[in-house]
Design a protein around this ligand. Structure first.
Ligand code: ADP
Ligand code: ASP
Ligand code: MG
Length: 814
């Protein structure tokens, strides 16, 4: 004999019921079958809703009733298009009973637990009957049996306790004489010895099936549901979750206790003693292997078997100096809760005994507070303890595994993983058996927490990065294209799963927590919502994705002002925008501090020399104990381009215009030509070398003409380049006369920095610098005479984008 149970989704539509019937037909060719079914998916909730509405005198209960009716009649008609009269007659009579019950509740304005159980029973009564009769209609040997005649309980309504002596006998007697191949039983419902209708608790059809399996001592219990087994974590919240092949009873119980709804926690008990394995299977994918829950020795690579979570948790904290050393506080506390029938899900006690924390279902919070405060009113009045503190909107997450106790450091890894992602932990508990570690966190952090923990314990090889890019002009667009091109490579070779989760230009912005489809990002962005800088931040924060990185590809001061907000949310910042790092020293320091405090990387390699690894190299030198003595550099790709192309045969204006057109200058070319841009760069290098310095401290000898320096607008400025051509030609002529090249040089020496246009002789390393190249020479304690030199293209959209990309990957490799 086989016992199978099909859940709400499995019997949730005529299509799914047809799958159930074909599975049952197949089994019936080999053995006799007991099939336990749930109510049609969602019906139990609707019955309870109708009950509440009727109790509250809301007429809408009729609408809810009509929906319940329509769902059932549609299923009956779809399953039995030609012959459905008798089923419809039965359903109608049951539905009429249901309607009368609801009318009664409406009339008396009251819904007792006893009536509520009677009300929800209709769901399973209907589904089981419909399935059995449909099978008969199709000529399949099947019978319907009301399990209320077999499963006998006490009168603890809504979660009744089974009387196994009577129930087992009933089941054994019935199935001894039952001749039909397949018996369909409604799950979840039962009766008390007094004949009252009772139920076994929400999700209780699993339990019914386990009771039947144990009573009949079958070889295996099969739970058929809508997922392919018990997963490493809830697959609805973590895409990467996968089914666990084998798991122990204890682990399955822990996981279900902490919220893995796929199995109702009490289900394991009846089959555990008899060693009957539970096989979890997927009705919608019968070929999938599913999960076996048993006592077998399981060889497992990871000590953590799964991660669960229960939402809607309230945390109660009882504290006060009067608790210390006085025995009996906890006992009294638990007695109160037990009297009130409040289930305690998690307990932690501080080692000082100064406080005790309890996790309970949020719906019980008010009841618990009133009862506990009343029980301790004397001590509260004497200020020995405080009135109980209630916190809501919390959730418990739990790591589960039989083998965790043999592995050091799992809880450390769990908490540091959560900490790195700015997930605040309100309370921690470790089961005495060390088969679980649980933490209470904010409900709003659950998805992020499950995903990061899953990544940490089950996908240790891949790391997901979620980037949010602001500014998709020249450089930003290139960056998106590079990411699109390299995504697969990064996944396969660096185990980095890089996704662009947000994009914005100055007009519109788009977000997608699954990652934006980069083949159509431009069209999507054009249709995006109106962009604001704060809006972009708020959306990024609200998505609350792990390993989030904000990428600033603008030159905008307002964007730079928001870095602190991102870092405080543990969102990393990657910027080619130089404004933040060259702003006031206090602000630069603050950003560095926040980065450390919130474990959020702040990288800006492209601030100096575009994609050249200058800041990274400098950082590595210092981290390894070296000291920078001086830096000599040509750091402006645009100025280099200008002076490499400017001769007595060209015009200064034309050359600057060309540099702007090629995208080598800032939108306002004065920022480059006045030396401000280079000053910012040497300032950043000086600061990264460990020196406290501000932009005003940098000596800047201008080479622009006076009128150029004083021009008010960009257009005026360009005009001065034409009128002052002679001034620029004289600079060229002077250098040429000495056989020198003009280079715009930045220097850092003995804690002082300067920028100026210099005449470079032919034997100097700067002399031959071509095009828009940059060069940096680091003189350090380890490189006193022969400097460490970094040289290469220091401007241009492609190389800047690849520098940003390198920063993102640096974070991924961390
Ligand atoms: P049924 O109606 O078949 O009893 P349930 O809805 O009660 O199904 O349970 C199945 C659901 O449990 C899945 O659809 C999934 O959303 C949820 N679930 C939560 N945690 C897990 C887990 N670790 N493994 C599988 N499913 C889980
Ligand atoms: N129908 C009941 C519920 O929704 C029992 C079950 O599906 O297991 O809780
Ligand atoms: Mg269920």
């Amino acid at each position: 004999m086989k016992v199978l149970k099909f859940g709400g989704t499995s019997v949730g539509s005529s299509k799914n019921i047809n799958s159930v019937i074909s599975i049952l037909e197949d089994y019936a060719t080999k053995d006799s079958v007991v099939c336990v079914v749930s109510a049609v998916g969602g019906i139990t909730d609707k019955l309870l809703l109708a009950g509440k509405q009727a109790q509250n005198k809301e007429n809408s209960f009729t609408e809810t009733f009509n929906t319940i009716k329509d769902i059932h009649l549609t299923i009956i008609e779809e399953l039995n298009p030609n012959k459905n009269e008798s089923i419809i007659n039965y359903a109608d009579s049951k539905l009429n009973e249901l309607k009368s019950l609801l009318d009664g509740i409406f009339l008396i304005n009251e819904l007792s637990p006893k009536t509520s159980d009677k009300l929800v029973s209709f769901g399973e009564l209907l589904s089981a009957y419909i399935i059995a009769e449909t099978m008969k209609n199709r000529g399949i040997s099947a019978d319907y049996k009301n399990s209320q005649d077999l499963v006998i309980t006490n009168s603890n309504f809504s979660k009744a306790e089974v009387n196994y002596a009577i129930t087992n006998k009933n089941l054994q007697d019935y199935f001894k004489s039952a001749s039909q191949k397949t018996t369909i039983l409604p799950g979840f419902i039962s009766k008390s010895a007094l004949g009252e209708q009772t139920t076994l608790g929400r999700g209780g059809s699993d339990f019914t099936a386990a009771i039947v399996a144990a009573a009949l001592k079958v070889k295996q219990l099969e739970i058929w549901t809508d997922v392919s087994g018990m997963f490493t974590t809830n697959p609805k919240l973590v895409k990467q979750a996968y089914p666990i092949d084998e798991i122990s009873y204890q682990e399955a119980m822990e996981l279900s206790h902490f919220g893995a709804k796929v199995l109702y926690p009490p289900t394991v008990q009846p089959v555990l003693d008899l060693n009957i394995p539970i096989h979890i299977k997927n009705t919608l994918q019968p070929e999938a292997v599913g999960t076996i829950i048993s006592n077998d020795e399981i060889v497992s690579t990871s000590p953590v078997k799964g991660i669960s979570n229960i939402g809607n948790i309230a945390l109660l904290t009882l504290q006060g100096s009067g608790m210390i050393g006085i025995p009996g506080f906890s006992k009294r506390l638990f007695e109160v809760l037990s009297q009130e029938k409040i289930n305690v899900i998690l307990i932690t006690q501080a080692s000082s005994e100064h406080s005790i924390c309890l996790g309970i279902d949020e719906t019980d919070a008010e009841k618990a507070k009133t009862a506990i405060d009343a029980a301790f009113d004397n001590e509260i009045a004497l200020h020995k303890i405080d009135p109980i503190i209630v916190e809501k909107d919390l959730s418990i997450i739990a790591l589960v595994g039989d083998n965790m106790k043999n592995h050091q450091g799992i809880s450390g890894k769990m908490f540091s993983t959560l900490g790195k992602n700015n997930i605040n932990i309100r309370a921690i508990a470790q089961g005495a058996s060390e088969k679980n570690i649980s933490a209470v966190i904010l409900q709003s952090d659950v998805k992020k927490a499950l995903n990061t923990l899953h990544e940490q314990f089950f996908e240790s090889k891949t790391k997901q990065l979620n980037v949010f890019i602001t500014g998709v002009g020249n450089v930003g667009e290139k960056l998106v294209e590079q990411i699109k091109q390299q995504r697969q490579y990064l996944k396969e070779n660096l185990k980095i799963n890089l996704r662009v989760a947000g994009l914005s230009n100055s007009r519109t912005m788009i977000f997608n927590e699954e990652g934006i489809d980069l083949s159509t990002w431009k069209d999507q962005l054009a249709k995006g919502e109106k962009a604001t800088l704060e809006g972009f931040f708020e959306n990024t924060k609200a998505l609350n994705l792990r390993n989030s990185i904000f990428v600033d590809v603008t030159a905008n001061k307002e964007v730079a002002n928001l870095y602190t907000n991102y870092l405080r949310q543990s969102i990393g910042v990657v910027a080619c925008n130089k404004i933040a790092c060259s702003s006031d020293f206090e602000n630069y320091k603050l950003l560095k501090r926040l980065s450390l405090k919130y474990n959020a990387p702040f990288l800006f390699e492209t601030n100096v020399g575009a994609g050249l690894p200058i800041i990274d190299t400098l950082g590595n030198l210092i981290a390894s104990g070296d000291k920078i003595t001086s830096i000599h550099a040509v750091l402006s790709g645009s100025l280099n381009f200008v002076f490499n192309n400017f001769t007595d045969k060209t015009k200064f204006y034309d050359v600057v215009k060309q540099a702007a057109a090629e995208g080598y200058t800032e939108p306002d070319p004065r920022i480059d030509l006045s030396g401000v841009d280079v000053a910012r760069k040497i300032l950043i290098l000086a600061r990264e070398s460990g020196v406290e310095m501000n932009l005003e401290d940098i000596e800047n000898t201008p080479f622009l003409s006076e009128s150029g320096m004083e021009s008010d607008t960009v257009d005026d400025f360009y005009q001065t380049l034409i009128t002052d051509e002679a001034h620029y030609q004289s600079l060229y002529a002077s250098a040429k006369a000495k056989n020198c090249q003009l280079k715009y040089v930045a220097q850092f020496n003995n804690g002082k920095a300067s920028v100026s246009l210099q005449e470079i002789p032919s034997d100097h390393p700067f002399y031959n610098l071509k095009g828009k190249d940059n060069i940096v020479m680091f003189y350090t304690q380890r490189y006193p005479e022969q400097p460490m030199i970094i040289k290469g293209a220091g401007a241009g959209a492609d190389v800047t984008a690849s520098g940003l990309f390198a920063d993102i990957i640096r974070i991924g490799n961390d």
